[in-house]
Design a binder for this molecule. Sequence first.
Ligand SMILES: NC(=O)C1=CN([C@@H]2O[C@H](COP(=O)(O)OP(=O)(O)OC[C@H]3O[C@@H](n4cnc5c(N)ncnc54)[C@H](OP(=O)(O)O)[C@@H]3O)[C@@H](O)[C@H]2O)C=CC1
Ligand SMILES: O=C(O)C1=NCCCC1
Length: 348
Amino acid sequence: MNTKHAHLTPTEHIPFDTLRTTLAHIFERHGTSAAVAAVLADNCASAERDGAHSHGVFRIPGYLSTLASGWVDGHAIPRVQDMAPGFLSVDACNGFAQPAYMMAYDALVAKARANGIALLAIHNSHHFAALWPDVEPLARDGLVALALVNSMACVVPSGGTKALFGTNPIAFAAPRAGHDPLVFDLATSAMAHGDVQIAAREGRPLPEGFGVDCNGQPTTDPRAVLDGGALLPFGGLHSSYKGSALSMMVELLAAALTGGHFSFEFDWRGHSGAQTPHTGELIIAIDPAKSQGRGFAQRCEDLVRAMAGAGQQRLPGERRYRQRAQSLREGVALPAATWAELQRLAQA
Ligand SMILES: NC(=O)C1=CN([C@@H]2O[C@H](COP(=O)(O)OP(=O)(O)OC[C@H]3O[C@@H](n4cnc5c(N)ncnc54)[C@H](OP(=O)(O)O)[C@@H]3O)[C@@H](O)[C@H]2O)C=CC1
Ligand SMILES: O=C(O)C1=NCCCC1
């Protein structure tokens, strides 16, 4: 949202269902089917609820300008194809990735349980969201899950000078006995592009070693990164080859394997306002019940205990679950100006 002065206004606490319904109205009134609106609204409201601000309501203007530009089809009806016993392919038909995923979700779970492992390869799709909502439900269904999605060329490969990779996140989830699933979700760039946009809006510098300007020179100015500059892969100045290798892997698995575009391949010039990357996504689901040994859930607890014993202060995903519980208890905290703008858009 354009919340430039939102921090000056009071905070409102909005019940999660009210936020989700309002977002669904916004999507539907701005160019999606009711079915697509429901999926995107749930995703976006869930991100805001969990404190994943770079992919919560902050993204609404980007979704709307993209829909208005004609770059994405908000009414697309995805086509699911059964490629092999463990391989499903979905053509999102130039629509959003999440409705395509929802259409194939049950088949993916059934295949993973039957075969031990199954892949869902989505192409011709747009992903503008956090990735953990694509893996957490699989872990709640008892499966180990990995998701990868590529975005748009805004990351310089290690040692290079030109933006080529996307910010290319990887999300992982594993079921735990008696606990929320173990989940991590991280961009393979030094920072998510959304966080660079938020830093620019709030006038905050980036940490050293995260970005370069349009001349390839190191900069901490988020605007210089956004205006022709680029991010570096994660890993810091001396180990960015590690983030770069992971980013390369995401390009291959999310784009080459699915039939989607690489982050540098699609051309959205001519669609003024378009912000959603037109790429691909790969989701891998593994049934741990098929594995050897003392049982995956038990081994997971062994590892978590050992990590705590070694001094790890918190698990990935833990902050998010804490924020989720608080938001469900007290309502999702939003600047009053942002909530007023969302309500206006829902009527517009
Ligand atoms: N659709 C797209 O194309 C793209 C989407 N994104 C999204 O942007 C979001 C933000 O990514 P990013 O900035 O890399 O995420 P963060 O760096 O904020 O967090 C990455 C992961 O590390 C965990 N974590 C953070 N701090 C700690 C800590 N001190 N100890 C243990 N674990 C920790 C987080 O858990 P916790 O959540 O609990 O803090 C999270 O699982 C993601 O949801 C990603 O999917 C990014 C790039 C492209
Ligand atoms: O934050 C990011 O990085 C991105 N998020 C949504 C899609 C484009 C990249």
